[in-house]
Design a protein around this ligand. Structure first.
Ligand code: FAQ
Length: 316
């Protein structure tokens, strides 16, 4: 073995050169420990968000107003489970097991997105989630398709295609309500009023408080800052709200020709921090439901493991 082959500086240089050339880092490539750890942190949080994110909308499956709406909502919630699976698989390529990640979620050592700690009070919330929450997710996730880590970037391509259907179903649902009776219009407006600000918080803290952004952008995990993506989302939503005939609950929202963007009012970061601390309206409910679902699914995992062992399909 030559000294150069084992020299960490050589590995580091190869890694940096791959990033500079916009090449993908693959599971077998050398990578800095901190790069691996940050990817595990982000991908795990993302995977947890997908499966916890099934709960608010699943709340309405039994009460969907028609067979068509019910079939659409069931398919969407199932898609979110699939997204969780792609993402846990991407995390596994970094050497962490799914059981370990789920254990960290269940014990509160890993986060999931703040947005899923808000309640779905009416049927219109299903539309607002599709339009705003899936819309924010797409704005954040399309650049992740160019993430430097190959398995994460590839998972995101498929996820974004599905999320774009989700966004459209929410928009179409809200359009139907907005153009419906007075009561339906009011219900759609109320849902947008409640989901708008939490959707802006999905993009994370402002840039000057974002602990990971600078390093994640240098590693080309993130391609844009939290505030850049938040602004992009606001700019997309304003004309869409106009087409829907709904208003966004922000008196400071106006076009700024000098900036070429919409200005918007201050975000309540105290609320965001409280939700992250576990004090949002539904944090306790979401986690306890997740833990219960995991416990109740134990027999399925056991049966699958026995079946796989019997048929020589055991996974490493
Ligand atoms: N909620 O330094 P930064 C979906 C944490 S979409 C909770 O700026 P970073 C689809 C952050 O982890 C939702 N925590 O962090 C769907 C860090 O804490 P840590 C999921 C948040 O990583 C739709 C600390 O604050 N999407 O599920 C949040 O550079 C409908 C400092 O923040 C993704 O996860 C938050 N909103 O940027 C499903 C996308 N924001 O880890 C069902 C991938 C920040 O040091 C139904 N993730 N924190 O303990 C990302 O792009 C990034 O991780 C950000 C945060 C942008 C979320």
């Amino acid at each position: 073995m030559t000294t150069t082959a084992a020299d960490p500086a050589v590995y580091e240089a190869v890694f940096e050169a791959a990033l500079a050339a916009d090449e993908r880092i693959e599971p077998r490539d050398w990578m800095p420990d901190a790069y691996r750890a940050s990817l595990v942190r982000q991908i795990a949080q993302h995977a947890h968000s997908e499966i916890i994110g099934m709960q608010p909308e699943a709340n309405w499956i039994t009460r969907a107003p028609s067979l068509r709406r019910k079939a659409i909502l069931m398919a969407k919630v199932q898609d979110e489970a699939g997204h969780g699976l792609y993402l846990y698989s991407a995390a596994e390529t970094l050497g962490v097991g799914r059981e370990e990640l789920l254990d960290k979620l269940h014990s509160g050592r890993q986060k999931y997105s703040s947005i899923f700690n808000y309640p779905t009070l009416t049927w219109a919330d299903v539309g607002a989630i599709g339009w705003l929450v899936d819309g924010a997710a797409i704005t954040n996730q399309v650049p992740l398709c160019r993430c430097s880590y190959g398995p994460y970037a590839r998972a995101m391509i498929r996820i974004c295609k599905e999320e774009s259907f989700h966004q459209r179903q929410g928009y179409e649902l809200l359009m139907a309500l907005s153009q419906g009776t007075e009561a339906q219009h009011a219900m759609a407006q109320d849902a947008v009023d409640r989901w708008w600000w939490p959707s802006l918080m999905m993009f994370g803290p402002p840039d000057d408080e974002s602990a990971h952004s600078a390093q994640s952008m240098a590693w080309k995990i993130k391609r844009h800052s939290n505030d850049e993506l938040r602004q992009r989302f606001v700019d997309i939503c304003v004309p869409q709200a106009e087409s829907l005939g709904l208003t966004l609950p922000d008196p400071d929202l106006r076009w700024n020709p000098a900036r070429g963007h919409y200005d918007f009012g201050p975000i309540d970061w105290d609320e965001f921090r409280e939700v992250l601390r576990g004090n949002g309206p539904c944090n306790a409910q979401r986690l306890s439901q997740r833990r219960r679902a995991h416990e109740e699914g134990a027999w399925v995992r056991e049966a699958a493991a026995v079946y796989a062992a019997k048929h020589g399909e055991a996974r490493s």
